[in-house]
Write a protein that binds this ligand. Structure first.
Ligand code: GLY
Length: 322
C-alpha cells in the first residue's frame, strides 16, 4: 500500500514486544492493534485506553493467545467512519467490480460486544455514491492490481479490500484474496451471470469479453449464530424451520455451520445459517430476511436485530426510496 500510495491508516509493524510497548506510549487513543497472522477475525483490538492496548499486546506477543499469528503485531491509527466491503473479480489483466456491501462485525446490536467473522450484510450500500465508487477504483482497486502485476504476481480471483469511509476519503483496513463472508451470500442473490462462467473467464484471462450482470434491487443476509459465539459454543442443536423460512418471498437460506444426520439438520459451527432475501428495496429485503429468520429455531440461537439499520436511517434522512 505504501509503495502504490494506496490510502490506509498510519501504521507500524513490530516483532519485538518491548519496542511495541515503548511505541504505544507515544500513541493517542483509540488505537488499533492487530495480530499480523490469521486469527479467524478475532486478532484485532480497538483500544480506547493505552492500558487496554498494553494488555492486548501482552496477550498477543507474550501469552501468545493467537499462537504464531501474534508473533508480529501491527499498531495502527484508528480510522473514524463506516466500514464497507469492496470486491472485484480479476483475471490478472482487467477487473470487474461488484456492487458495494456492508458487513456488521460486532456480535451485538448497535455494534456492541466482541468482533465476529460477520453477523449480516446488505448490498448495495445505498449511501455510497457513484463518485465514491470511482474514487475507490482509482485510488485502491487499480493501484493494488497494478502493483501486483508490476511485481510479477498478476492477481487472478476475488480481491476484497475492506474499507473505512473517512472524512478524508476511503482508506483500506485490509485486503483479502477471497469472498467476504457473509458478503458472498448477499452477492449470490444479486449476481445474474453464472458464477462458474466468471470463474472460468478469470482463469482463462477472458474477463474483458464477459459482461457480468447484477440484478437490480437489494439483498440482505442475516447470520444466525450459536449461543456463546464468538466465544465458546455448543454444537449438535437440532434446527427447525428452514423450509418454512424459504417459503417467505425472496428468501434463500445458506448453510454455514450445519450438518445433516438421519434427515435432520444440526448446528455444527459458530455461524450456523445465513438467511438472505432479495427485494426491490433495502427495507423489503431486510423485512423478508427477518421474516425468514423468525421461522427458524434452535437452542441458544442468536442474531443481530439491526442489520441494515444504519443504512435505513440514512435513507430516511434522504427521503429516497432505496
Ligand atoms: N465479512 C468479513 C470477512 O469476510 O472477513
Amino acid at each position: 500500500m505504501q509503495e502504490m500510495k494506496i490510502p490506509t491508516a498510519e501504521f507500524k509493524t513490530f516483532s519485538d514486544y518491548k519496542e511495541a510497548k515503548t511505541y504505544l506510549q507515544k500513541c493517542t487513543v483509540p488505537i488499533v492493534i492487530k495480530a499480523s497472522g490469521l486469527a479467524l477475525g478475532k486478532g484485532v483490538a480497538v483500544c480506547k485506553k493505552i492500558n487496554e492496548a498494553e494488555k492486548f499486546l501482552q496477550s498477543a506477543m507474550i501469552e501468545k493467545i493467537f499462537g504464531e499469528a501474534g508473533k508480529e503485531v501491527v499498531i495502527e491509527e484508528y480510522l473514524e467512519g463506516q466500514e464497507i466491503s469492496i470486491h472485484a473479480f480479476s483475471d490478472g489483466k482487467t477487473y470487474s467490480l461488484f456492487p458495494t456491501a456492508q458487513d456488521h462485525k460486532p456480535i451485538g446490536d448497535g455494534d456492541t460486544g466482541p468482533n465476529t467473522g460477520g453477523m449480516g450484510t446488505i448490498a448495495p450500500v445505498p449511501w455510497v455514491e457513484k463518485e465514491s465508487i470511482e474514487n475507490i477504483e482509482e485510488s485502491i482497486v487499480r493501484p493494488a492490481l497494478k502493483g501486483l502485476t508490476e511485481k510479477g504476481r498478476n492477481f487472478t480471483g476475488c480481491l476484497y479490500p475492506g474499507l473505512k469511509m473517512t472524512s478524508e476519503g476511503p482508506k483500506v483496513l485490509e485486503f483479502n484474496a477471497r469472498f467476504g463472508d457473509p458478503e458472498a451470500q448477499s452477492y449470490m442473490r444479486l449476481l445474474e451471470t453464472d458464477l462458474l462462467n466468471i470463474v472460468e473467464a478469470c482463469i482463462d484471462g477472458t474477463l474483458s469479453d464477459l459482461r457480468v450482470e447484477w440484478n437490480s434491487g437489494y439483498a440482505a443476509c442475516i447470520v444466525i449464530a450459536s449461543g456463546g459465539y464468538p466465544g465458546n459454543y455448543e454444537k449438535g442443536k437440532i434446527i427447525t424451520g428452514i423450509e418454512e423460512a424459504e417459503k417467505v418471498s425472496g428468501v434463500v437460506v445458506f448453510h454455514a455451520g450445519t450438518k445433516e444426520e438421519s434427515g435432520e439438520i444440526f448446528t455444527s459451527g459458530g455461524r450456523v445459517l445465513g438467511v438472505t432475501a432479495h427485494a426491490p428495496t433495502l427495507k423489503g429485503a431486510l423485512d423478508c430476511a427477518y421474516e425468514g429468520v423468525s421461522k427458524i429455531r434452535f437452542e441458544g440461537m442468536q442474531y443481530r436485530k439491526d442489520i441494515g439499520a444504519k443504512a435505513l436511517r440514512f435513507i430516511d434522512t434522504r427521503k429516497h426510496t432505496y
